[in-house]
Design a protein around this ligand. Structure first.
Ligand code: ADP
Ligand code: MG
Length: 390
């Protein structure tokens, strides 16, 4: 039996339709490779969950590896210092690149940093006093060391057959304020004379805007790029390529049906692909038909519903009321005035919960003062949950 090539919840076998975003990363790296400069300000991808930010970042990391950069990957967290995470990722990357003896000095330094800032270690002692992971006294030092680690890694890379260092920061909005500050300040310094061959590429929820500007006034120089849904061609490719690699074909009407169902939402593309495949159980040389898609779609919808349940359960009562009001007329969007009148409140009362919903990626502004759900099918789900809204 052929393995199922679709990957809901993890990196896709084929990353479809993101050439624009990948080119943007490549432009920054090009400044380092060809101009001997830094990559410039932070590049920050943002969008609701399930749209493919982590997958994009992973692909960009592989692209950077392939053209000869040393790379490191961290996920923003509020309970750990970033310098420790960066050091351990960089250390793994250096070892993976088999830089051997030449890297002994750098690896030793990275080890020391991990011991100093990792848990258990110095940070833990103060953390016990101040609460989880908060380590006030060590804060300025950890920022300085973070910048030094990036600089050292980049210089090492530059002098050992690599162009420089690229740091990828996923869930940037979750990182501690001090770490966000340190990264932004370091980037500015790297852009000085002489420049340092360092690039930082971030991804996160829409609240990444606030997370950046809160951290540094010059954070506004950041290049924010929204990661949107996939177009029809990209959805078709996302379904066809992984199957094609196993010599399985999607019939044209099966593809059209799946495109209509997925509505450009990458996570749903993978779910549909996986469940359709499970229904069809194709052998090499076989094809997937529209009947398989229709059966597979039922299972995919159930799994989407689980995802909706999770998001709904994390929303506050006030947020649920607004989402219910958006869904009230049977659609997926509503104007602010409509929401206010459906709830019988002044439209100004909506400002804060509206921002919260946008920050969490549950709704997004859409055209003239409208708010719209970010995941296809969420409106239908909310209508079935009306009872829970009050
Ligand atoms: N460009 C793409 N092409 C095909 N599938 C994708 C693409 N981007 C993401 N996916 C799939 O969508 C799902 C969500 O992707 P992920 O990167 O985790 O999103 P996010 O980080 O924005 O929440 C995963 O199952 C992944 O395989
Ligand atoms: Mg992600």
């Amino acid at each position: 039996m052929l393995p199922n090539p679709y990957a809901p919840g993890s990196r896709p076998a084929y990353l479809a339709g993101r050439s624009y975003e990948r080119d943007l990363v490549d432009q920054g790296l090009g400044r380092i490779r060809h101009l001997g400069r830094s990559a410039g300000p932070l590049l920050a991808f943002h969008g609701p969950r399930g749209l493919g930010k982590t997958s994009l970042l992973r692909q960009a990391q592989q692209d950077a590896d392939d053209v000869g950069f040393l790379t490191a990957w961290v996920t923003g967290r509020s309970d750990l210092t970033m310098v420790e995470a960066v050091s351990s990722s960089l250390s793994r990357s250096v070892q993976h690149r088999s830089l051997g003896e030449r890297a002994t000095g750098l690896l030793h330094r990275l080890d020391k940093v991990q011991v100093e800032f990792g848990i258990p270690g110095a940070a833990k002692v103060t953390a016990d006093v101040h609460g989880p992971g908060v380590d006030d006294d060590n804060e300025p030092r950890s920022g300085r060391v973070l910048s030094e680690v990036l600089e050292d890694g980049a210089q090492f890379a530059h002098h050992h057959d690599h162009h420089g260092l690229v740091l990828f920061v996923d869930e940037f909005q979750e990182a501690r304020l001090n770490d966000r500050k340190s990264l932004l300040i370091a980037l500015q310094e790297f852009d000085g004379t002489p420049p340092s061959p360092v690039a930082i590429v971030a991804a996160g929820l829409p609240s990444i805007h606030a997370a950046v500007t809160e951290a540094a006034t010059f954070g506004e120089r950041t290049r924010f790029v929204e990661v949107g849904g996939l177009n029809d061609v990209a959805v078709a490719e996302a379904l066809q390529h992984p199957a094609g690699d196993l010599d399985v074909r999607w019939e044209p009407d099966a593809l059209l049906e799946a495109i209509a169902l997925a509505q450009g939402y990458p996570h749903k593309v993978q779910l549909l692909g996986q469940e359709t495949w499970n229904t069809a159980r194709p052998e090499a040389g076989a094809s997937i038909g529209v009947g398989h898609v229709r059966l597979g779609a039922e299972a995919a919808e159930t799994r989407m519903r689980d995802l909706f349940e999770t998001r709904w359960s994390r929303a506050t009562a006030e947020q649920r009321r607004i989402m219910t009001a958006i869904a009230a007329d049977g659609g997926d969007s509503a104007t602010r005035a409509e929401i206010a009148s459906r709830l019988g409140v002044e439209s100004t009362a909506l400002s804060r919960p509206r921002e919260e919903l946008i920050d969490r990626g549950l709704v997004e502004p859409h055209g003239h003062g409208r708010l719209r759900f970010t995941i296809p099918g969420f409106g239908d789900f909310v209508r079935t949950r009306k009872d829970l809204a009050d």
